[in-house]
Design a protein around this ligand. Sequence first.
Ligand code: NAD
Length: 494
Amino acid sequence: MEGYSKMVQSVRAVFRSGRTKEVEWRRNQLLAMLKMLDENRDRFSDALKADLNKSKMEGLLFEVDYSRNDLINCLNNLDEWTKPEKVKKGLVNLMDKVYIRREPFGVALIMGAWNYPIQLTLCPMIGAIASGNCVVLKPSEIAAQTAVLLEEIVPKYLDNEAIKVVNGAIPETTALLKERWDYIFYTGNSMVGKIVMRAAAEHLTPVTLELGGKSPVFIDDGVDLGVVANRLMWGKCTNAGQTCIAPDYIMCTKKTQDELVEKIKKTLGDFYPDGPAKSPDYCRLVSDRHYQRVKKNLEGGGTVALGGDSNDAERFIAPTVLVDVKFSDPVMQDEIFGPVLPIVPVQNEDEAIEHINDGTNPLALYIFSNNTATRNKIIEQTSTGGVCVNDVFMHGSLPSLPFGGVGSSGMGAYHGKFSFDTFSHKRSCMERELKMESVNNLRYPPFTEKKQQRIGWISKKKLNSTGGIRPLLPYFVFGTVVAILIKLYMKYYM
Ligand code: NAD
């Protein structure tokens, strides 16, 4: 198949023209994206319905309005974020201009996944554009209707010389990955994550990898299981469990397990009064391959306590709870990414911590507990991309928290200002004057004992043993007075 070299060359030429670095260009593109979201709400909803049977409310909440809010937050802060950042100076640099410039990398490749095909493409793109990059967007071919819609409307609203959408499957993605990119932002499974990172290594291209994994839930004894069941099943049933931070499995005592099943039964009755199969609010599995993969989990260990039914023609799998599951059972080996919820009975939080640390780093960790000591112990003794206590998903909704994995669940993070920072090179800048050579002479040869002592006095850091800045205060006051005097001298006599 034909490669993408010409396209990448043309986009890089736009970047080199400097147009995308202008803050006005960035603002105009973001405003155009806002218009695109507002004028196509129904078309987005229809595409999500066709791809995943996503209800209108779920599509708006998790995709269109989610992206819209991220976009508005970005527009509201763009001036602030794009300003050079002043940094602390030492005595040696009191007369210098020292700052960090956040600069675009160049041409960014953004590869989205199918489960939230709007949010996972547009939110990274907001960060990339805000920081002045050109973008080539590769939506997932598996959410086919949404991919076609993005390919049609993005060029209508945005600068189509600087921002391109490429649709296609593995051959197209493989060809794209052969090109030299200045940044690659990938969302999807870890197997492809390794392919992406290998391709990036070829050109030493920096990457963000937003991957997945089995996100555990620990439920302490003594919590209000009615509330827990509502919050938990909201997270597990959203998008029929096809969410990277969906609660994957539960660890709790046997006693809590048995009570929880009753509460989940009530919750599911409240969520879907006529059953999930008839509910307009319950999604379907995205493809036959994913349907067959998730269906195998219905017999992946333990006993089916709730749900268990499926419909091949519709790719429907009911919310299903498996009880008395063992860590060694097949359902506990890989990320489920579907509406099957195994419960593994454990003795206490220590056993849960040990199991979490035996595996790879999860993307999210959920703890339901009224006990602060238990919560702190689990948080302190584990490492996960994010953690949310007494709820699910909500930590991913706050733009002031970074969203990303650690270890096998990914590298890098985004959302809010973190998206802007992800797509920005932090360039360290120091501007000096060709003056004060008598002080600078100290660092030039020939080296003498006297020079060494003076340099040491000016530049040596002191360990702040008593805390605070107090011990350095005399130096700071002295330095400031000297700097002011020199400035005044230069102003009036030079
Ligand atoms: P997917 O199949 O849509 O793949 C993602 C991208 O990789 C697509 O653009 C696709 O074209 C490309 N791709 C697929 N196979 C390829 C290959 N062999 N070579 C090159 N490119 C290829 O999505 P998926 O991987 O099924 O997504 C589900 C996974 O993603 C889950 O593990 C989930 O946890 C994770 N995920 C993570 C996040 C996050 O934010 N961390 C969000 C959503 C999904």
